[in-house]
Design a protein around this ligand. Structure first.
Ligand code: 13P
Length: 336
């Protein structure tokens, strides 16, 4: 492990209040979003959409790195330029999703385990030759009547730590994403309790598996009520519960935290990040940024609709949402 390579990459990703754009939707997820927007679910349409995203002029001013999917990292623009070259020329660091998705965890009804460790050491080397400098692995935790169980948390966290160790060995920064899902009718208190439990287990597992804390990025959910909860949270609630939970769980040795948006609307996700910075400006020991997919991309996808005459308008929306999140990282977001 070359610690300087890992640290330099993390600092570059988040320099000048930048954040990350997650555009690593798996085939299934991407096709689902295309279907909802009335876009044909083909490899060519996925290529055209991702081309639209990465060729947006000025994106590098607010986005330090993008997370790609295996199909995407191999794709080229209309004129045959590799996507990776477009990104490198713009000064945007290339990241890659390396997990292989989730399956039902045997013996644990209603819980999932993430696959993808077999062969990962070799895959990381291949991605590195393509220019990837950071990676992502997502585990999902569902709050339900009898979930999450300690058994499922531990299995998922163990895999996250094994993935992180392989990345660090390869001088690739691991983004570690244990997502407590928003689906459900749970309260913000329940989300707090589960998120704290998951993150504390994660840090302990990092310790036992010799992960260098200074060389990782944690990508958590915000602490927020479930989508079906009776009571809606204020921005202050989300900011206070989330920062309190992170301060209690994540040591200051970890350099950066970058949130997923988890199905919050773009406005809410941005407002919540902004409120955390406004209220806790001088109390945050780590970089606190964003690694959103839907909260940056959704308006762009809805505008594009698979029709190239909408490219300019769609790219304008992408840039706007990237920029508002950069402003939120400084507590300077002004809602429209
Ligand atoms: P969302 O911001 O849409 O939750 O996606 C983030 C992500 O990378 C999911 O793995």
């Amino acid at each position: 492990m070359n610690k300087k390579i890992l640290s330099d990459c993390i600092q570059q990703l988040f320099a000048n209040s930048k954040g990350l754009l997650a555009m690593d939707e798996s085939l299934g997820t991407c096709n689902k979003r295309f279907a909802a927007a009335g876009i044909p679910q083909t490899e060519e349409m996925r290529r055209r959409y991702r081309q639209l995203l990465i060729t947006t002029k000025g994106l590098q001013d607010s986005i330090g790195g993008v997370i790609l999917f295996d199909e995407t990292i191999r794709q080229k623009t209309d004129d045959g330029t590799p996507f990776t070259k477009i990104l490198q020329d713009a000064g945007i660091i290339i990241g890659i999703k390396v997990d292989k998705g989730t399956i039902g965890q045997p013996g644990f009804p209603n819980e999932k385990i993430t696959e993808g460790l077999d062969g990962l050491r070799n895959r990381l080397q291949e991605y590195k030759t393509m220019g990837a400098r950071f990676a992502k692995w997502r585990a999902v935790i569902r709050i339900g009547e009898n979930t999450p169980t300690q058994g499922s948390i531990e299995a998922n966290i163990h895999a996250l730590a094994r993935y992180a160790a392989l990345c660090q060995e390869a001088d690739i920064v691991p983004i570690v994403e244990p997502e407590v899902l928003m689906e459900g009718d749970h309260t913000i208190w329940q989300c707090f309790e589960t998120t704290e439990r998951v993150l504390k287990n994660l840090i302990y597992q990092f310790y036992t598996q010799h992960i260098w804390l200074e060389g990782i990025i944690i990508k958590p959910n915000m602490v927020i009520s479930g989508t079906g909860a009776a009571k809606k949270d204020t921005a202050n609630d989300v900011a206070e519960f989330t920062v309190k939970c992170l301060l209690a769980s994540i040591p200051p040795a970890v350099p950066a935290i970058a949130f997923l948006s988890g199905g919050q609307s773009p406005e809410y996700a941005t407002m919540h990040l902004d409120k955390m910075h406004e209220l806790f400006k001088n109390k945050l020991p780590w970089i606190l940024s964003f690694s959103f997919a839907r909260a940056i991309q959704q308006p762009t996808l809805d505008c594009w609709k698979g029709d190239d005459k909408n490219i300019a308008a769609a790219q304008k929306l992408l840039l706007e949402h990237a920029e508002t999140n950069k402003a939120a990282r400084q507590g300077n977001y002004i809602p429209k």
